[in-house]
Design a protein. Structure first.
Length: 485
């Protein structure tokens, strides 16, 4: 126990706070919750379920594309059918996004979306066995092997009442490679499936209670879905309760992450293991975060730029009664660990993160309670990377940074080091003003622009937080946050 306290104190001491920018992803009225995010390599698509129209349609599925440098485009409804839709998940493959969700009638649907956010066809039914799909609790997931998509979900058996795992392969053209297949129908409860592509196959992982203790289990799945490759297997041999998996792959190995219970006084920690393509354990029980109290609901993604995995989670370190913040940590293929990095610092609840990596950087999103528990929003974070050691944390690439002075400001603010121009967005992601430098191409280096706090129509903008995006957008230019008093 004493060693645990010492280790926790040391890890909190070496952990670093982030130096990137937070992005408002979805801040409409009422609730926007349970975000999921994927990347095409050159942009992102975030999806969530949304209560802004709860009076007329109840919960809907919404989405928003975000450019590689963190510029959110207009949000749009993906499904607003009457009755309600829940639990969206998104994946990229075969040059398109696939968003899946379940309806209030327990039907499972999908919708293909282009990289620019336009729809490919209409939504289609994946599974309609009404008494099988477990709404809201068991979870669904989707991932691609680069060609087709595997959708997995938890369901409740009508014969014995147990919760089990099923799946179906969706082709890149919207057809099915075969019927629904059973992944696991062992006794008791299996829930919260997660999917990842590994080479041309898939791995499904889930939380399993067949032994009377939560255990991470897995199953390899062929590109056609059937037959399955081998049988169910245990991912760890530990005896502590372990559940709520996250998976990430670089096509040669898989990182499996879970939360692990060490009792009331210690709480839940984040652990992981690395498996090869044949599911042989290469590095077992990697201790990712063991800070005091709870670290929960991890997410993970492979980061091509640094050839490392990035793991995120929400973290109650400091006090079991405190609010959660978002943290990340990079994990090498050899199981090595970078320092923990604290992404958010506001004293409000921020939880249930998801993460995706582009070719250059990454975007992590979460539920955010800064407007109170009656108006939950979705926020995100893109790092400000410098390519140097900053406070012990190694960032990813050289960033060109526009300086803002004074900040906060009252009547005007200067933007120094501008290349071609800037776009200024409010906290809801709406374009407020665009400023451009001199048209002479030879004079575009290190330009200075002034903003007098007025919008496109010349009206004074209210006091508050604004985000300054460089023009043209690129992966090596960061977003600035400015405050008008």
């Amino acid at each position: 126990m004493i060693r645990k306290y010492i280790l926790c104190a040391f890890l909190l001491w070496i952990a670093q706070e982030s130096k990137g920018a937070e992005l408002p992803i979805a801040t409409a009225s009422k609730h926007q919750v349970r975000p999921s995010i994927a990347s095409s390599g050159t942009n992102y698509l975030a999806v969530w379920y949304d209560s802004r129209n709860a009076v007329s349609t109840k919960q809907d599925i919404w989405g928003r594309t975000i450019s590689i440098d963190g510029v959110p485009q207009d949000s749009f409804p993906i499904c607003d059918n009457p009755g309600g839709q829940f639990m969206p998940e998104v994946a990229w493959g075969n040059d398109k996004y696939l968003v899946v969700w379940h309806s209030v009638n327990k039907e499972l649907y999908g919708q293909f979306i282009k990289k620019d956010g336009t729809f490919i066809g209409t939504s289609f039914l994946i599974e309609d066995t009404l008494n099988l799909v477990l709404p809201g609790v068991g979870g669904i997931d989707v991932e691609s092997n680069g060609n087709n998509f595997l959708v997995a979900w938890a369901y409740r058996s009508i014969s014995d009442g147990d919760y089990n795992i099923a799946g179906r392969i969706v082709t890149g053209v919207g057809s099915f490679a075969g019927p629904v297949f059973t992944v696991c129908d062992a006794p008791d409860t299996q829930f919260a499936p997660k999917v990842v592509g590994i080479d041309t196959n898939y791995l499904i992982g889930w939380s399993d209670f067949r032994t009377g203790n939560w255990t991470p289990m897995g199953q390899r799945v062929s590109p056609s879905g059937t037959p399955l490759i081998g049988g169910n297997f245990s991912i760890t041999a530990k005896t502590e309760p372990q559940r709520s998996l996250a998976l990430a792959s670089n096509d040669t190995c898989v990182l499996v992450v879970w939360e692990e219970d060490h009792g009331f006084l210690i709480g839940w920690d984040i652990h992981g293991s690395i498996l090869d393509a044949d599911m042989k354990v290469l590095h077992s029980d990697i201790v990712i975060s063991v800070a005091m109290w709870d670290q929960r609901l991890a997410c993970a993604a492979w980061h091509p730029k640094t050839s490392k995995f990035i793991v995120g989670w929400h973290d109650y370190s400091g006090s079991k009664a405190s609010t959660a913040n978002i943290w990340i940590r990079k994990v090498g293929e050899d199981g090595s660990l970078d320092s923990e990095q604290k992404i958010t610092t506001l004293p409000v609840e921020q939880r249930e993160p998801d993460i995706a990596c582009s070719n250059e950087c990454f975007l992590i999103v979460w539920e955010d309670y800064r407007q109170g528990s009656s108006n939950i929003d979705i926020y995100g974070y893109i790092p400000a990377c410098t390519g140097k050691e900053e406070n012990g944390y190694t960032n990813d690439y050289v960033i060109e940074k526009i300086k803002s002075f004074p900040n906060p400001f009252v009547s005007f603010v200067k933007f120094i080091g501008v290349k071609e121009g800037v776009r200024i967005y409010d906290i809801r992601g709406r374009l407020v003003k665009e400023l451009k430098v001199h048209s002479d191409e030879s004079e575009r280096a290190n330009q200075i622009l002034l903003w007098y706090g007025k919008d496109i129509s010349g009206r004074e903008v209210p006091s508050g937080t604004y985000f300054v995006h460089p023009v043209p957008p690129s992966a090596n230019r960061t977003v600035q946050k400015i405050i008008k008093l």
